[in-house]
Design a protein around this ligand. Structure first.
Ligand SMILES: Cc1cc2nc3c(=O)[nH]c(=O)nc-3n(C[C@H](O)[C@H](O)[C@H](O)COP(=O)(O)OP(=O)(O)OC[C@H]3O[C@@H](n4cnc5c(N)ncnc54)[C@H](O)[C@@H]3O)c2cc1C
Length: 647
């Protein structure tokens, strides 16, 4: 497995064919699938060089564009499952992914012979969770091994007073010797667990830390305070008790729709447990839609104000569709990485700012010996490393000794403040030394480690969403439901934070993608029927001083009977092959809607026509090339130069 597959990396979007950047003809990029352009490309390059030779020739760009039924922003669980849902219904989808890989917060790899999960790890049971049954059917029941269950063979090790003499005190929570019993601070912690659900109807939504302090007598200086962050509820929600609202937490707790029990995925093949959560999801669902992912394409603008919704990526490519589904994390939404035009409604903005996004990192460490007991299912640490567990509990045949730790909330902040991953691994060793006898056992046995900081990941910006104060009011929609709501008929939202009863989980993310895909399908009333036109056209020229006469040629498929042109300067036409004169300087987007008895389709070519301010000097660019024919294909968005005008 190793690091994320480099093969997924594409530096050029695969279905973008032409970007005329009259700044440097040598950088004129033609994407691989654009047919037979060699000769014409040279002519054009010469033309462009001539154009460059003239100081009066303005630089311009014919913006590259694509056209699909649905564009999905983000190739994480939600985005890929939305694509899977729509692809199964017959839609033509495009998935735009900011990074060179897919899967988002699900990332499996090997450390020694132990598979570690840098993101999602726990599989939930069958309740309201189709993944459970799909994994069972594909890999067999034995692949799902119960974890984090207090049994006679699994127990929790708790570290108290790590800074005390002799490495601090430790105790076993329950089944081993139960020698934590009697420690009032730990008893309080367990009792609080049962109290969480009792605050659904509290009129106010104070911070959980405030409630702990004022009602339970557990201020941040309490020797047991770290348990609330490392275990429940901080650990469960990927944050800290100083961030969550008590009522919102209580309501989220009571609304939980997945199984209470969790499993690890212990599927071994060819002697290794290298099939991880991400591999299983690829196999079950995602492989089908990976061909539709365009990598390295961070979306910066989602514009639903024009004739057709468009997502514009950081490479300057315009991706048009009938509907756009945004599946990025609430951390990315909070950061304003995507500019929504028009602005999102105030209710949506409120939801984005209210729902919390925890900080979190996973740290996995390999040791040359097993410094913990066979029955240790997890250890709650008194330090920023917070909580660790041995993946061996669900990969019983591994020979290497690995602990995976999950540091979240203020613990993650403390880890982030350290200078580098080596320092973070050192901190983990210090915290683990205290757990295992205080004699430096972890430090002595350490071999290697891996740190994955999801907050530092620029297109995640946190671990997962949590119920900050006011996420769940006493009545009315929750902020998660508001976040999930479509905006108009063209903009949809999915992602773990939008799930009302299984947020912060993979099943929740998958189900949100399924929900959003269904919403789109309902709105569009099915994919375009066979025989629906695919609008397509060419222009006789794309630039020139005013007045610029342009002849447009309809190239649509399926014999349209109606044409609706928008020339971008308020000019319109219903001719099949219209001519239009541009009289004023400007950059104009042109669109054609082609209609027949079965349906219609709109093709938009953004910023197609450039009319510079008159300079008195001829436009060498357009004159040298003489006739530039532009053509767009719907699925492959192929803009071809000088090609014969046949379908
Ligand atoms: C440390 C950790 C442990 C976890 N443990 C568990 C667990 O044990 N069990 C469980 O069920 N869940 C767990 N989760 C939660 C689970 O991983 C997430 O709920 C789920 O993977 C989220 O999927 P998503 O599609 O909503 O978001 P993401 O996975 O974040 O996917 C969003 C995608 O959008 C991309 N993107 C972002 N911005 C842009 C942009 N501008 N343009 C284009 N693309 C963009 C991102 O790169 C990413 O690929 C864990 C998460 C973390 C971080």
């Amino acid at each position: 497995m190793g690091q994320r597959k480099a093969l997924e990396s594409h530096t050029v979007p695969t279905d973008v064919f032409l970007r005329v950047a009259a700044m440097d003809a040598s950088t004129f990029p033609i994407a691989p699938r654009c047919c037979c352009l060699g000769f014409l490309q040279k002519i054009l390059a010469i033309g462009l060089l001539l154009a460059l030779a003239s100081p009066s020739t303005p630089s311009r760009a014919v913006e590259p564009s694509t056209d699909h039924d649905v564009v999905i922003v983000g190739a994480g669980a939600a985005g890929l499952y939305a694509a899977y849902t729509l692809d199964n219904l017959g839609y033509d989808v495009l998935i735009l992914e900011a990074t060179p890989w897919h899967g988002g917060r699900i990332w499996s790899m090997l450390l020694g012979d132990v598979r570690i999960e840098n993101g999602a790890e726990e599989l939930y049971g069958a309740k309201n969770n189709f993944v459970y049954n799909d994994i069972k059917a594909a890999y067999g029941m034995g692949a799902q091994i119960g974890i984090f269950e207090e049994t006679t063979s699994q127990d929790t090790l708790i570290v108290m007073d790590a800074d005390g003499m002799g490495g601090g005190s430790t105790c076993w929570a329950e089944s081993k010797t139960g020698n934590c019993a009697g420690d009032a601070d730990i008893e309080n912690y367990w009792d609080f667990y049962y109290d969480i659900g009792e605050h659904s109807n509290d009129p106010t939504d104070p911070l959980v830390s405030h409630y702990l302090d004022t009602t339970w007598g557990v201020p941040s200086t309490n020797r047991g305070y770290h348990l609330y962050d490392a275990g429940v509820p901080g650990g469960e929600y990927g944050t800290t008790v100083e961030r969550m609202g008590l009522r919102s937490l209580s309501r989220e707790w009571n609304a939980w729709s997945l199984s209470e029990t969790v499993h690890g995925f212990g599927f071994k093949q060819d002697g290794l447990y290298e099939t991880g959560y991400s591999d299983a999801l690829d196999f079950l669902y995602f492989d089908q839609v990976l061909p539709y992912v365009t990598y390295n394409s961070p979306v910066t603008v989602v514009d639903t104000s024009g004739i057709k919704p468009v997502a514009i990526d950081d490479n300057g490519v315009y991706h048009y569709a009938d509907a756009i589904i945004v599946t990025v994390s609430v951390g990315v939404l909070k950061a304003g990485i995507i500019d929504f035009i028009p602005d999102l409604p105030a209710t949506k903005l409120d939801a984005i700012s209210t729902i919390g996004m925890g900080k979190g990192m996973k740290i996995s460490l390999r040791f040359n010996s097993q410094i913990w007991g066979d029955d240790m299912m997890e250890v709650l640490l008194d330090g920023p490393t917070a909580e660790c567990w041995p993946p061996k509990v669900y990969q019983p045949d591994v020979t290497d000794h690995v602990l995976t730790c999950f540091s979240m909330g203020r613990n993650a902040e403390a880890m982030e403040a350290l200078p580098d991953d080596a320092a973070r691994l050192n901190q983990a060793k210090v915290d683990l030394d205290a757990a295992f006898g205080g004699t430096g056992a972890a430090t002595a046995a350490f071999v290697e480690g891996f740190v994955m900081d999801w907050t530092a990941s620029p297109y995640t910006l946190g671990s997962y969403s949590y119920p900050a104060p006011d996420t769940r009011p006493i009545s009315g929609s929750t902020m998660r439901q508001v976040l999930a709501q479509p905006v108009g008929s063209q903009l949809y939202f999915a992602g773990e934070a939008t799930h009302n009863t299984a947020a912060s989980t993979v099943p929740g993310a998958l189900q949100s993608g399924e929900r959003a895909g269904g919403e789109v399908d309902t709105e569009l009333d099915g994919p375009p029927a066979a025989g629906t036109p695919t609008a397509d056209f060419s222009a006789s020229a794309v630039s020139g001083g005013p007045p610029l006469d342009v002849s447009f040629t309809d190239l649509s498929t399926e014999l349209p009977t109606g044409w609706s042109w928008d020339f971008g300067d308020t000019g319109t036409s219903s001719d099949q092959h219209p001519s239009h004169q541009y009289t004023a300087a400007g950059v104009y987007t042109v669109s054609l809607t082609a209609t027949n008895s079965i349906g219609s389709h709109t093709r938009v070519l953004p910023k197609l026509i450039f009319v510079p301010e008159p300079t008195g000097i001829a436009m060498i660019g357009s004159g040298a090339i003489a006739l530039v024919l532009l053509r767009a294909r719907r699925r492959r968005a192929c803009i071809q130069l000088g090609r014969p005008l046949h379908g």
